[in-house]
Ligand binder design. Structure first.
Ligand code: IPD
Ligand code: CA
Length: 269
């Protein structure tokens, strides 16, 4: 049954749901927005808006596709019979959102039979909506996006992110400290989805992070890939929780090898 699903139709629905959620989180953001709960550490926050936005997305999808499955940062996993799964981060960059910084986004990736075929990352305070369809390309506000030409590490502007647990952050800090003299500079934007979109749009030479979840990278990973990036993990592994590296091929290799030389591939953090 999943063979008959049209990725373009999934993209239209994903974009519709993402824009509805994006409007909700911007227009309904309480002036005194507070932290509703914390997750993996006291700084891994969820606001009432994260939860509300994910509910809106699920409702929009279920109205049209009642047999689909879901994996959401706030709502967890729900199975479905259609072979289509929606991977949702209702607000990626929650801490930016909480502090009034503009780099946050609604991220929705759509899988058919386990392959991500459509994705949308909507960043309402940046006025940008990134989209991609597997095998067809990636766009920002409807205009095609493309990665920068590959570069040596010394010329590379590289973004990364840090997890919420102190022990992981300590090791991530050590790796960044050792990498810093080898690259043009480092950025920490605060949204993995938007970091991947920035690679796609040629605003970064590369991005890497250990400890992201499927919902952080589902849509952004497709967008970066479709824009010409290699998106993967260490030693030929697929991108995933142990590591996501995204960059044009030559930059990917240089960044990958530098991280391995620093022992970032040893999973002790
Ligand atoms: C986080 C952001 C951040 C990344 C973290 C993610 P959240 O997602 O993407 O940039 O460094 O690993 O957990 O908590 O804002 O949805
Ligand atoms: Ca996230």
């Amino acid at each position: 049954m999943s063979d008959e699903v049209n990725p373009w139709e999934l993209l239209v629905l994903a974009e519709h749901a993402a824009l509805e959620a994006a409007r909700f989180i911007v227009e309904r953001r309480p002036a005194d927005l507070g932290v509703a709960e914390t997750k993996s550490s006291p700084t891994d926050v969820v606001t009432e808006m994260d939860t509300g936005a994910e509910q809106l997305i699920r409702k929009a999808v279920l109205e049209r596709r009642p047999d689909d499955a879901f994996l959401g940062e706030e709502g967890g996993a729900d199975s479905g019979a259609s072979g289509v799964r929606w991977v949702i981060d209702p607000i990626d960059g929650t801490v930016n959102y909480l502090y009034g910084l503009p780099a946050f986004a609604v991220s929705i990736g759509v899988e058919v039979g386990g392959t991500t075929v459509a994705g949308v990352v909507a960043a309402p305070r940046m006025g940008e909506v990134y989209t991609a369809v597997h095998g067809a390309g990636a766009w920002c506000n409807g205009a095609p996006v493309k990665v920068r030409p590959a570069t040596g590490l010394g010329d590379a502007l590289v973004a990364t992110g840090f997890g919420y647990r102190a022990e992981r952050r300590q090791r991530q800090g050590e790796i960044v400290r050792a990498l810093l003299p080898q690259v043009r500079d480092i950025r920490r934007g605060g949204s993995a989805a938007l970091d991947l979109c920035a690679v796609a749009a040629g605003r970064l030479d590369g991005y890497f992070e250990r400890g992201t979840h499927a919902w952080d990278c589902s849509a952004g990973g497709l967008i970066a890939t479709e824009a010409g990036a290699v998106v993967g993990g260490f030693h030929g592994a697929e991108a995933g929780e142990p590591m996501v590296i995204a960059a044009p091929r030559g930059t990917f290799t240089a960044l990958h090898d530098a991280l391995v030389a620093l022992g970032a591939d040893v999973p002790d953090y």
